[in-house]
Each structure stands twice: as C-alpha cells, then as structure tokens.
Design a protein around this ligand. Sequence first.
Ligand SMILES: [Zn+2]
Length: 299
Amino acid sequence: MRCLTFHLCLLLTVAKATDHDDFRAPDKCISPGGCAPVAQAVESGLKIRLVQLLSGRDHSNITTARSSSQRSLFQQAKGMANFQYLVGDGATNEVVVFDGCWDPIGIQRFAEEKGLKLVGYVATHFHYDHIGSLAGAGSPPAAKTIPGMAYFVDELNLPAYIHEVEVDRAIAWTGTKNTSRVHTLKDGSALQLGALRLKFLHTPGHSPGGMSVILHNGADQMIITGDTLFPGSCGRVDLPDSDKKDMHRSLQTVLARQANHIVVWPGHAYSGESSTIAREKESGFLQNISIERWMQMMR
Ligand SMILES: [Zn+2]
C-alpha cells in the first residue's frame, strides 16, 4: 500500500504540472510493475481483430504534413499520444474505428492498406483529442480545428456511436452535420459485428459519458478503456466535466469486476500499449482503494 501511495502521489504531482487544456496524464511510466515500450502498430488475436494505431506515428505523422498548419496539428497529435483502434471480427475485413481523430484521411488510408473496410465510428468520450473539434469549441476548448468524428460521419457516411449524455455536445463541438447517423449509447448497449460483440460499459469520471467497451466473441475478451484506465494510472479527474467519485466507482465497481485475463487497451500511450485486468488489480488503479482514501489522494 505504501508503494501504491507513492505512485499515486507521483501521478498527482505530474498531473498538476500539466496545462489545463492538455488531457495528458503522466508521460512517464508510473506502474510499479514497469511499462512495456510502445510497439509498432500491432494486430492481435486470430478471432478478434484489433489494430492499435498511435497518433503522430501511424497517421498524423509530421513527415506527411502538407502545410504548416497541418504540421503544427500533427506535432500536437504526436504530443498527445492518442491510441485509435480498428476493431472487427477476424473472419471479415470490416472494422469500426475507435476515437478516430487528428488525421482521418491518414487513418482511412492505413485501414485501406491493410485491406480493411471502415463500417462505423465509436467514441469512448467527447474530448477533442478523441473525436476532434472546431476551433474554440469543446470543454476545455480546442485551440484549433481538429478533424475527427465529423469526417467519418459526413464524408464517409459511417454511423457513429457515443454516450447519450455527450452526444449533443459532441455534435456541436465537432460540427457534425449528418446528425441522423450519430447514435446514442448507454450502459449495457451492444453492437454486433459479425461474430464479435461490442458491449458498452458506462465508466464516467474523466468525462460524464466515458465508455469502456468489452470486445468478445464467445472465446476471447478484450476491453478498450478510453481515458478511464491506463496501465498503472487513470485519466485525469481535474478537468471541467470530471468527477472524482464517479471515477472511483468506475474503477472499483465496474472495471475491477471484469475477468482477470481480459487485455486492457488504453486511450493514450502514456505508460505502455496495453495491460490486463489482473495486472491493474495487482499493481495499478484497480487495487482495492476506499472512497475516503481515493478522495484524499485526488485532492
Ligand atoms: Zn479525455
């Protein structure tokens, strides 16, 4: 417990030193168990198809920028180190894109080069580094326009999915026009993609409509946790729409109850590319922490 306390204190120190309009959690490994290096885009599993993309590397790469403003955007994308995911049933080539942002055309090209067809868009939450934003919109506001959800919905005509408490602001902030293609989610919602089922868990705290998404096909299971759970840490809870108690409930009640073997895929590359529920229960933020202790730590 002493070790946990130390690492949590370190998290708080680093988080407080970060700019308010920057969603980043600590940019160093704080997991007591150590952190895996960020690998090249990986494709895992024979049955569940999951391709992990990193902003600034697999798309929004500065070497591909075509203007000075795009160069600046891609520089920001690299600094934010967002993960996007292409997820589908391994028996087909159809995938949904999670949190497609920064360089939608680059993400589209990446998918096409892998022979994958985009069929939907899923947002883990409404922050601009996950769904994009018009300049000056968002909470906190984006300094410049960032392409994201609006491209996939309006240009590619894909259906999009986001939690019901965030949908109106997500549409307004991104300037998405084809609103009939944007569908709402709530806790327990599910999507079927071939043999793959996406089951949505409402895990608020970092944002009010934060979602964690279980991927399962009857044999394998994984979870995409957005900015709720990172290896050895969690998303920030000091943002305008954050709620510390909600985050405690999401971690301790929702995520800590998931099966130990489930692989965890986070929303940023702050402290490794993946983890497992077991590892986070042993040495991360799924350890048993009382609400009193949590509130003290998050002060
Ligand atoms: Zn966020």
